[in-house]
Design a binder for this molecule. Structure first.
Ligand SMILES: C[S@@+](CC[C@H](N)C(=O)[O-])C[C@H]1O[C@@H](n2cnc3c(N)ncnc32)[C@H](O)[C@@H]1O
Length: 389
């Protein structure tokens, strides 16, 4: 399977790296430009892969590193202070690990020391560590180094395994207890789903208990019962979401489904405490799929052309739907625009951009709201108040 995977970056993997990259670049900017002192951030790629595929396509660690160096260039061009960015790449396979290191050495003239740390001569504020170990061992070591009372610097962790044996929930729970820690986890649904109801292998059941962070996987098995297909999928995915929301410190969890040849392969689970992070991730996932399903389907997207007028009609229908949701939630109340934004972000499928203000306009045209504290009509700037009839 591994060879086939690396032969050429498959389409659904491509969309996955696109979401990662489109999120990570603005995340770096937000973290680093938002602070007055020397800004620091940590990026972990837990199953890094070789970095470059046989067809030349770039994998996640190289995309992350390129984004970091480009951001440093941008800071240089604008006279901003240089951000301190640490990237940790964990890769269990020796060949992939060597290939990744070689790519970093060849392209950035990095010099690795005996502990596998490297600085890039042209980017002295970027530090890289490549670790040839299993994810769970390396990640546990890293988390164990955080002393009680300390918290990690702002961090983003991407976990993209082949299977599900080495991604125990307790490590994510510990990681997410840090103040500004975000996780993007590729939950390998198809493989997980295959044996999740097994009752005759104590070892496998223990692996499932570790994956879901429960003492006994029996509870999930009982919930699944005789459910099949979509109903079963929903139970498994909701169960994992519930664990993240209830057992870890993540405040928001968003997932995005990937289908290949009509079958669900995986779900990207994003977990954060930050509404800014949630807003940004929704926006980036919406770019990959703007139907509201949060789904990438390789069959559907085969370079299909969507006529502009079809898209406009679809967007308009969605805005009408959102305006209804907003009105139902806020009728006969007066609230600050930030409350409406939080509602749209956390309680609806819609992203903020292109939807929230447009939906408010629809309501205002119908005479269903009055806004104050604004300079221009039909605008909803920060600080404005909205009174719903
Ligand atoms: C799905 S690939 C990662 C692809 C990569 N994220 C990308 O976008 O290019 C999974 C990688 O994890 C490595 N791997 C497998 N088991 C591992 C483990 N337990 N710990 C760390 N790496 C592992 C594999 O060798 C493989 O390179």
């Amino acid at each position: 399977m591994a060879n086939q995977f690396f032969g050429a970056l498959q389409k659904h993997s491509n969309a996955k790296v696109e979401i990662l990259n489109n999120y990570f670049i603005p995340w770096l900017r937000k973290i680093n430009l938002g602070s007055y002192s020397m800004s620091r951030s940590l990026v972990i790629d837990g199953f890094a892969g070789p970095g470059v595929y046989e067809d030349g396509e770039l994998g996640s660690p190289i995309k992350l590193l390129l984004a970091a160096t480009e951001f440093c260039d941008q800071c240089d061009d604008n006279g901003w202070k240089q951000p301190s960015i640490t990237l940790i790449f964990i890769e269990g396979n020796k060949d992939n690990y060597n290939k990744l290191k070689e790519t970093i050495i060849d392209n950035w003239q990095a010099e690795f020391d005996e502990e596998d740390y490297a600085r890039l001569p042209d980017y002295p504020t970027i530090a890289i560590q490549c670790i040839n170990n299993t994810f769970a061992t390396a990640f546990k070591d890293l988390l164990d180094d955080i002393k009680p009372g300390q918290t990690l610097i702002p961090s983003f962790c991407f976990v993209d395994p082949f299977g599900f044996k080495d991604t125990p929930f307790e490590l994510f729970e510990k990681y997410l207890s840090n103040e500004k820690a975000e996780l993007l986890f590729n939950f390998m649904f198809e493989e997980i789903n295959r044996f999740v109801t097994t009752k005759n292998s104590p070892k496998l059941m223990e692996t499932y208990s570790n994956l879901f962070g429960v003492d006994d996987i029996q509870e999930l098995q009982d919930l699944i019962g005789d459910h099949k297909k979509d109903a079963r999928k929903k139970i498994v995915v909701d169960y994992y979401s519930r664990q993240l929301l209830e057992k870890s410190d993540a405040k928001y969890v968003l997932n995005f489904e990937f289908k290949k040849n009509g079958r669900t392969k995986m779900f990207l689970f994003y977990s954060t405490k930050s509404t800014h992070g949630l807003k940004l991730m929704k926006k980036q996932m919406w770019k990959v799929d703007d139907t509201g399903l949060y789904l990438f389907n390789d069959k559907k997207s085969a370079d299909q052309i969507e006529f502009e007028f079809v898209k406009e009609v679809k967007d308009e229908t969605m805005r009408q739907d959102l305006s209804k949701l907003i009105y139902e939630n806020f009728a006969e109340r007066q609230v600050g625009i930030e409350f409406i934004e939080e509602f749209v972000l956390t309680q609806t499928i819609y992203p903020i951009e292109n939807y929230m203000k447009q939906s408010l306009k629809l309501l205002e045209k119908e005479g269903l709201l009055i806004a104050t504290n604004r300079k221009k009509p039909m605008s909803y700037p920060d600080g404005c108040m909205v009174k719903f009839n």
